[in-house]
Design a protein around this ligand. Sequence first.
Ligand code: HEM
Length: 499
Amino acid sequence: MLFELFSSGLAWTVLAIVGVGYYWTTNQRSIFPIVNDYPGDFFRRKAYREYRKNAKKLIADGLAKHCGPITIMVPGGTKVVLPSALSDWVKTNRDLDHQELIREEYFARYPGFEAQSTLHSSDRMLIDLLRSKLSQNAAILPTVNQHIAPALQHHWGDSELWQTINWDDDTTGIISQAAASVFVGPEKAADAEWQTVVQAYVREYFAAVGDLHTWRAPLRPIMHWFLPHSSACRDLIRRARLIMDGVIQKRKQEAHEAEMQDSEAPIYHDVVAWTMQVPGNKHPAGDVQLALAMAALFTTTELFKQILIDIATHPELVEPLRRNIRDSLSTHGLGLAALANMELLDSVMKESQRQVPPTVGLERKVIRDTSLPDGTRLPRGTHIMVDSSDMWSPKVHENPDVYDGYRFFKRRQAGNKASQFVQSSQEHNVFGGGRHICPGRFFASDELKLRLAHILLKYDLRLKGGSCSRPVQFGVFVGANPMTQLEVRRRAEPEVCIF
Ligand code: HEM
């Protein structure tokens, strides 16, 4: 039977078409030299393995060797990596789009993944809201601040003996609870069920995306119905919608009753309230909340973890940081001015960000045929990203391998405005740039400073057994070490503290 099948011309024709189709989809778009193309690696196993393990080296060696853009094969396609000198060209080119790339790569149109389609919706409802209401809004600081102490008390307690924290749960919980105070508001910020739903959704969503990338593109629209993490997303989004519908009903009821009694309805400073005021908003409140958690939770927690590691590894920074925080709060009181004045803390945060630098930034999809400044044509559909190696280059930083908490503080004192945490530049593009620059970076900065102020004034930190905790690399992503063992203890001496 098999013999007959393989001896038929039809079978060989079909195999040839599949082979050519496969080769075409993986190689056709390589306008620039491919850095992980190996002889005989027909199914790209070695290419993807090398990408996962050695993306940073592949990109650095490739850019150096070819002195211009390169192509790297990643599971599910190819990406063009441009040298950092082309950052400004990427930031200003209207033929490139970030949102379309994210919608495509993160499967925004699948059921259960609506948080992604809400975050990157073409109506930009949430992005506009973050820019206009969340950024540099002094009214939300007291609310965030009030939620930090209970979150720390819940996760770290007040024992004066050293204890090892639950690395992932505690850091995520501390970030999530305080951020929820301005995302979801007072009704649900500290609610255990809501916190479980939100944190589980973020975990399940990224796991589902990872799962789907292991399948060939034509199979994904079918497979997502059966993969467990995708099913979990569908279930969690249903639960989030239900919970949030209850919150919306309650607030409408309050407004109605206030109107009836000719009294003032309660005023809320949170995303729920702001979205209720958006005319014609079509995004369910549950989707909006999960979208926010997805954008804010993982990114901020990863950085929070790395800052804790760096402060624990550099105890000489602790007293100067405490002084900087105390002085800022006593001069300005709790507010934006005090946070802006925490310049050493700002520098430490940015230097920690430099320890976990993404290998590339400014990911974009070419939405109309376009040309590089040298005239090379980039066809519609090409995925591009920009090399981030300036962040660890000796041409940009003195002793780039050394952690220097004062690095950006010194630059700022010397008049370099781009050295502030929230600033993005060609040399430090962690928040992206141009019209897609992260709209949550001011909020991330403020909430991190507030949390770290509480932590530094109230706790001592150290790594268990003086261990070392190096960042881990996966493809082009770098993260804080997931095996870190951080110990904390409540400080014995009373701290004059305005919190
Ligand atoms: C340390 C924390 C964070 C990091 C490192 C980070 C990083 C980024 C990056 C690299 C981009 C893409 C920008 C580009 O390619 O030009 C981005 C976009 C975005 N971020 Fe953040 N982010 C952080 C925190 C947040 C927070 C707290 C929020 C929400 C409150 C947020 C909301 C968004 C949104 C909505 C976009 C999409 C913007 C667009 O497509 O136009 N981010 N972020």
